[in-house]
Design a protein around this ligand. Structure first.
Ligand SMILES: N[C@@H](CCC(=O)N[C@@H](CS)C(=O)NCC(=O)O)C(=O)O
Length: 306
């Protein structure tokens, strides 16, 4: 699948910017924060994922926008830009929001931290390279609780409609077995290794933050690197991993607290919630407190990074 801005249109439109996105999707959140940071006006088109109710992302209409059946997709005058890390780069370059773009050494660092936080290719692979790819497996517990509110018929439809059947099968298992799906040995191992790899990425983030007096990750301007990390730190909080992963990382904690004060974070994430997400988070919190199996996973992972 090609990435970045394409040289064809997928939609006749008089709107300059259109964002196809989902309330819960981490990559969509990234692009929403970016659009709010830059103040660009955009037409919002919400597309459901199975977690928020149905496979609209695999509908005939949406496959014309993105044959890969994923969100977000940003359209600039009807031309699609694929991959969220390309979209945020494109928006910042278009707006030239900060002077960061003109300073080469800073740009190299911004690119490094943005790439590290990106979700690239298959999310169950390359966890040592991309912190963003660890997020899929680490979201399994929340997927399981959210799917409690989704009809199994909607998931089964995905087996016919969705181009990536492996994803549908994982969601079907999560629907059938709920949290118990995580007891499967390969799944447990996948979560364990994603957790450890992400902890290493966060340790690197902690040393980067502690080694400078900059206001943000690179310098005093809020860049696409900060946006890319904002959504990861937020996802860890909503999945209940932050208590373990932020422990002893005082700079990461303080950095995230500052991120949460940004109006773009409030508009792009907090104000854009979703009923299934809220119920799923609430159920997951209860599980983490009371479910013996989840409690034991948390304990084991906690010990693994001490
Ligand atoms: N690498 C892509 C990842 C896109 C992606 O996987 N999006 C998820 C939501 S975060 C999605 O649309 N999933 C649809 C599905 O699995 O059915 C990006 O950064 O834009």
């Amino acid at each position: 699948m090609p990435i970045g801005l394409q040289d064809y249109t997928v939609e006749e439109t008089s709107t300059e910017w259109t964002l196809y996105h989902n309330d819960f999707s981490l990559c969509s959140r990234k692009v929403r924060i970016c659009l709010h940071e830059t103040g660009l006006d955009y037409e919002s088109k919400h597309i459901d994922l199975i977690e928020t109710g149905k496979y609209e992302v695999a509908s005939k209409e949406f496959l014309k926008i993105n044959p890969s059946a994923t969100v977000p997709v940003l359209l600039h005058n009807g031309r699609p830009i694929y991959e969220s890390h390309e979209q945020i780069k494109y928006i910042f370059n278009h707006k030239r929001v900060s002077e960061v773009n003109e300073q080469n050494n800073i740009q190299i660092e911004v690119d490094y931290w943005t790439e590290k936080a990106s979700m690239v290719g298959n999310p169950v692979k390359e966890h040592k390279k991309y912190a963003g790819n660890t997020i899929g497996p680490l979201t399994f517990p929340l997927f399981a609780t959210m799917l409690g509110y989704v009809s199994i018929v909607e998931i089964l439809k995905g087996l016919i409609m969705h181009p990536i059947k492996q994803r549908v099968l994982i969601f079907l298992m999560l629907k059938i077995f709920g949290i118990n799906f995580l007891k499967q040995r390969p799944i447990k191992k996948l979560i364990q290794s994603a957790f450890n790899d992400l902890n290493n990425h966060l340790n690197e983030l902690e040393s980067k933050l502690s080694s400078s007096n900059d206001k943000w990750l690179i310098g005093d301007n809020f860049t696409i690197a900060d946006i890319s990390w904002a959504v990861i730190l937020h996802r860890l909080e909503e999945c209940g991993w932050s208590d373990l992963l932020f422990k002893n990382k005082t700079f990461v904690k303080a950095y995230y607290a500052e991120i949460k004060k940004r109006p773009s974070f409030v508009k792009g994430i907090v104000d854009q919630s979703n009923p299934n997400l809220e119920k799923g988070i609430c159920d997951l919190k209860n599980y983490i407190k009371h479910n013996l199996f989840l409690k034991s996973i948390h304990k084991k992972l906690d010990e693994s990074i001490r």
